[in-house]
Design a protein around this ligand. Structure first.
Ligand code: HEC
Ligand code: HEC
Ligand code: HEC
Length: 181
């Protein structure tokens, strides 16, 4: 996708610039990670290939997750296992926001609690506002079908963030009879 998403750089990784590439490739291979020469993306005859960090070297030390690329990125960030730079050259700072939005148009499924506190350490506001989401709770008509097509939450959760097949990571807020928090 054309948007700037974020810069994942493993503190342990020496080839920080390749970290992001490894992460994107990793989405497709699922843990345990394949080797770059087998991923169908890299030219296995390229003499530069051995200089690249293998996905398993970069990702296996990080907190595990069962889906996606095998890493629980929220825990990785919160535990200090990684410390991403705010920008590519390290300048600037990250603007975070602690604001939850309870999304209740979920049919029979548990409600979705969208957490700005989880997203804003990775993502500038402009990644989501106003092009993907209105800056007003309840204003954006979101459906699961559209998410599965790669819109709304699916812009990232079908590409770089944990996959939409893990329903319970989003739908985890029990519906209450009163319909309130
Ligand atoms: C990963 C996507 C994402 C990012 C990044 C993000 N937001 Fe949001 N924001 C949302 C969603 C989703 C909603 C709810 C929209 C809806 O219900 O229509 C929302 C709603 C809001 C609201 C409305 C709250 C209300 O009660 O009406 C404000 C204000 C807001 N965001 C500010 C920010 C600011 C400031 C930042 C950056 C620090 C930011 N957001 C970053 C996704 C995001
Ligand atoms: C990345 C977060 C996320 C994941 C993962 C996710 N959902 Fe959703 N889902 C949402 C959001 C957001 C809505 C809309 C809520 C709103 O607008 O109030 C929604 C709405 C729904 C709805 C309401 C009806 C509809 O069609 O829109 C159903 C049913 C649903 N999801 C089922 C699922 C199932 C089943 C899975 C797993 C296969 C799943 N969801 C995975 C975020 C997610
Ligand atoms: C612009 C990209 C982007 C969009 C849009 C986005 N997310 Fe995320 N989300 C991320 C990233 C990056 C992470 C952290 C990495 C990860 O957990 O895979 C994350 C993490 C999460 C987590 C934390 C999972 C945990 O460990 O508990 C939840 C829940 C979540 N997102 C729900 C949503 C929902 C619901 C929406 C739509 C309303 C949404 N996201 C839209 C990028 C996005």
């Amino acid at each position: 996708m054309g948007r700037r998403v974020s810069f994942w750089t493993a503190r342990a990784g020496r080839h920080a610039a390749w970290g992001a590439l490894v992460l994107i490739a990793g989405v497709a291979v699922a843990a345990p990670w394949g080797r770059l020469e087998d991923d169908g993306i890299h030219d296995r005859n390229n003499p530069g290939l051995p200089m690249l960090q293998q996905p398993a070297d970069a990702l296996s030390p990080l907190p595990p997750a069962k889906g996606g690329n095998g890493v629980d990125w929220r825990v990785a960030l919160e535990s200090g296992a990684i410390s991403p730079r705010p920008t590519l050259d390290g300048a600037g700072s990250v603007k975070t926001l602690d604001l939850d939005i309870l999304m209740k148009r979920t049919g029979q499924m548990p409600w979705v609690r969208f957490s700005h506190a989880i997203h804003t350490p990775w993502l500038d506001c402009s990644n989501c506002h106003e092009q993907i989401f209105a800056t007003k709770a309840g204003e954006t008509p979101v459906s699961m079908a559209q998410i599965l097509e790669g819109r709304f939450c699916g812009v990232c959760h079908r590409s770089v963030a944990f996959p939409v097949t893990e329903c319970d990571r989003c739908h985890r807020e029990a519906q209450t009879a009163a319909g309130t928090k």
